[in-house]
Design a protein around this ligand. Structure first.
Ligand code: G1P
Length: 297
């Protein structure tokens, strides 16, 4: 099987209840970090890694996502007429080539494994990536690109990984590590959301995966796991038993958990500070509020 990865699945069917009331009418993935929707960061990262086919697993109420990736001829015409070339360029990055994007509905919220399985007919017999847009990773070389390069050497299945505080294991898929050789870690097992006292390590799965179609076959018969949901972690772990190696890739970069409000705010501040047009004002403001709060103590 070729190790060239050209397809990526984006599971975006979640209700985003942590961000209610905003997510009552706005899909979480459209919420903005500075001025770009969360999902745009994932798309840009996928493109940098050589992905050319983008598969979104959606649900009811996500039509704003489909509109976001569509051309908007009226807006474009108006910007052109006004000579706003910079804004036209900005819009261009959101326009997808015809046929490059597909939407599949997940009819029931049965878990991440089930969401990925919903896209099986669009994957066929080749390796594919899965990207969870909630995990935003700031990196010099985009995370998925780092992984694609490593995967060309290793094959098998690969997940992005990083160390988390031992008391936080129950929020993640956790690797049972067989061999810890530098950037690439070989796993002998994976457990979804173990309690700290049961966790085999503190190496957590972060939302970037490169997998072979065998994981989709495993999902054909996957039973409910942690939280009563069909877990992607379990389907990948099953592959280890079938002799397909599973690797954790310690990516270089900073990961923000934009599925949580604190992580979303941290990402917002961090991305704003990286911008030439916002850095000075924001730095001044942050320094001021820190000084004021210190003075009040
Ligand atoms: C999902 C995966 C989990 C992974 C996490 C990374 O969990 O099931 O294995 O560690 O994403 O963000 P969720 O955060 O959707 O509950």
């Amino acid at each position: 099987m070729s190790r060239k990865v050209t397809k990526a699945i984006f599971p975006v069917a979640g209700l985003g209840t942590r961000f209610l009331p905003a997510t009552k009418s706005v899909p979480k993935e459209i919420m903005t970090l500075v001025d770009r929707p969360l999902v745009q960061y994932a798309i840009d990262e996928a493109r940098a890694a050589g992905i050319t086919e983008f598969i979104f697993v959606t649900s009811r109420g996500k039509s704003a996502l489909e509109d976001y990736f569509d051309h908007n001829p009226i807006l474009e015409e108006e910007l052109r007429a006004k000579g706003k070339d910079k804004l036209l360029e900005t819009l261009d990055a959101t326009n997808m080539e015809s046929g490059a994007i597909a939407y599949i509905r997940q009819h029931k919220a049965l878990g991440l494994g089930h969401a990925v399985w919903c896209a099986r007919r669009l994957i066929g017999d080749e390796p594919f990536a899965v990207m969870l847009p909630d995990d935003v990773i700031a990196a010099e070389k985009p995370c998925l690109q780092q992984m694609v390069e490593a995967y060309e050497e290793t094959g098998g299945n690969m997940v992005a990984t990083m160390e988390v505080a031992p008391e936080r294991t129950s929020a993640y898929g956790i690797l049972d590590v067989a061999e810890n050789v530098g950037t690439v870690v070989r796993a002998r097992g994976m457990v979804e959301k173990p309690k700290p006292e049961e966790a085999p390590s503190n190496l957590a799965v972060i939302g970037r995966y490169i997998m072979g179609p065998s994981v989709l076959y495993n999902l054909n018969h996957m039973k409910k796991g942690s939280g009563g949901e069909i877990q992607l972690t379990d389907a990948i772990a099953e592959d280890i038993g079938n002799g397909v190696p599973v690797f954790g890739y310690r990516f270089k970069g900073q990961r923000f958990d934009c599925g949580s409000k604190a992580g979303f705010l941290q990402a917002t501040v961090s991305f704003a500070l990286a911008r030439d047009d916002l850095r000075d004002d924001l730095t001044r403001y942050l320094n001021d509020i820190v000084a004021t709060s210190k003075a009040a103590q």
